[in-house]
Design a protein around this ligand. Sequence first.
Ligand SMILES: [Fe+2]
Length: 143
Amino acid sequence: MTIKWNSRFNVGHAAIDAEHKLLLTTINALETSLRHPEDKEPLLFFVDQLYEFSIAHFRYEEALQLKHLYPFREDNVKGHEQLVQDLEQIQNNIHQIAKKPTLSVTDIAELHQHIKYLANNWLMTHILKEDLRMKGFMGGGDG
Ligand SMILES: [Fe+2]
């Protein structure tokens, strides 16, 4: 199921919120690409994009936290490391499955599970558990 942006996801910093929307949209695109699992290119493209966007986003947040002397930065950095590990594992699994010439029902179910996890756990852990703590600490603008 496609996830919709909700105002409770807002950290209150324009650039961070915009990047979170981009992560969410990319996960939705991954889900959409599973409607045609025989066409593996969009699936691989969006999972690789998600990885690239996430690395850039986490770096950006960490730099911004340093600038604003954010008191919970260390926790956030550790959280990012875990998220990157999880994402790398999922990315590898998706690539492994996509290498098969024909996907079985089990393979497709596994792909759905991975994407469901990214939407419901991975992204929500990041936005709701880690980043909402930044509210009020980072200013409201782009810097
Ligand atoms: Fe974030």
